[in-house]
Design a protein around this ligand. Structure first.
Ligand code: 1VU
Ligand code: GLV
Ligand code: MG
Length: 324
């Protein structure tokens, strides 16, 4: 281990994060009663400009009046390039009670963006005597944000998670696709031309680099990496496949832009009984190995060693968090 160890963000279950437009108050109670681990009430792109002020009022009232149970509750504010942003922060933090856990900051481009929000939140909390410190969820969804992701991830002690905003990221990088998340038929590989096998065309995952980079930046700074939206809510198989790819790379959850995606996310991001049993067997085998003075042993014909303990603990701890 390095002498530097990242301080982990407060532990929160974040398998599914439901997006709820702040202008659609009829959805709030449904969201609160859903099985989503986390909810963000949106003031940004799901709300039309003429509805922004009313949406702000709706969200403040909803945070104060609705029983949100044990859900992680967040508000997505508007971007720092808009004039809505300062009023979102001031009104929400001054008027919404301590039930609010997080603010989600979209289109973060530089560490200074986070610094500016930290300064505002700190002043409002001090002035209003807010007891609970608000945490930050940061959406990485521009080329600038992806370029500066490591500085952004370490820019504030309020930072809790990085989210991959695939729609805006595609637009910002001028990717030739209009889909929101998932694969694109043009991103494929043709098997070898001169070999004996018939040629085959395999779709690749065009989001691999972005998600893998986000996972590294998040984990190196103790944050949760969260995969963003999958727009085609009539394709549960596609959602599940995208969620699973991000999960094995290290993500801890995925957005749900429709209630039908909540169970899919919760399912993909909950290790199966078989996986947890296997992880526990690894821990048992390593405890025995260490008692016998061995560092590396075989289990079911495969190598396990001290690194296997840390891998297995990831699985077991996630299962414990879900069961709690
Ligand atoms: O069965 P019921 O009639 O009681 O309920 C409907 C509907 O009201 C409800 N529902 C939701 N409940 C809570 N939160 C939601 N976000 C939500 N969406 C729908 O579920 C039941 C079935 O709904 P539906 O199939 O009739 O869906 P609608 O046609 O009403 O709405 C579909 C959209 C996609 C418009 C809606 O789900 C929605 O607004 N989703 C969130 C969009 C959003 O927040 N976008 C911003 C994040 S994504 C991004 O920034 C980049 C792409
Ligand atoms: C989310 O905000 C996205 O742009 O995908
Ligand atoms: Mg976006």
């Amino acid at each position: 281990m390095s002498f530097t160890t990242p301080t982990p963000a407060p532990a929160r279950l974040n398998r599914s994060e439901l997006a709820v437009p702040g202008s659609r108050i009829e959805l709030f109670e449904k969201a609160a009663r859903s099985k989503a681990d986390a909810i963000f009430l949106d003031l940004e792109d799901a709300v039309a400009p003429n509805d922004k002020e009313q949406a702000r009022k709706n969200i403040i009232a909803a945070i104060n009046d609705i029983d949100w149970g044990d859900k992680v509750l967040s508000v997505r504010i508007n971007g720092l390039d808009t004039h809505y942003m300062y009023r979102d922060v001031v009104d929400v933090l001054e008027q919404a009670g301590d039930r609010l856990d997080l603010i989600m900051i979209p289109k973060v481009g530089t560490a200074a963006d986070v610094y500016a929000l930290d300064m505002m939140a700190t002043q409002i909390e001090a002035a209003k005597g807010r007891k609970k410190r608000i945490g930050f969820e940061l959406i990485i969804e521009t080329a600038l944000g992806m370029q500066n992701i490591h500085e952004i991830a370490g820019a504030s002690k309020r930072n809790e998670s990085l989210h991959f905003g695939v729609a805006d990221y595609a637009a910002s990088t001028k990717a030739m696709t209009t889909g929101i998340g998932g694969p694109n038929p043009h991103y494929g590989v043709l098997t070898d031309k001169d070999g004996d096998n018939p040629r085959d065309y395999h779709w690749g995952d065009m989001w691999h680099y972005a998600i893998a980079r986000m996972v590294v930046a998040a984990r190196a700074n103790g944050l949760r990496p969260i995969d963003g939206p999958f727009g085609d809510f009539s394709d549960p198989d596609g959602y599940r496949a995208q969620a699973a790819r991000a999960m094995v790379l290290g993500c801890e959850g995925k957005w749900a832009i429709h209630p039908s995606q909540i169970t899919l996310a919760n399912d993909v991001y909950s290790p199966s009984e078989a996986e947890v049993t296997k992880a526990k067997r690894i821990l048992e085998a390593m405890t025995k190995a260490q008692a016998e003075g061995a560092g590396a042993v075989a289990l079911d014909g495969r190598l396990i060693d001290i690194a296997s303990i840390k891998q297995a603990e990831v699985m077991v701890k996630q299962a414990e968090a879900i069961a709690a």
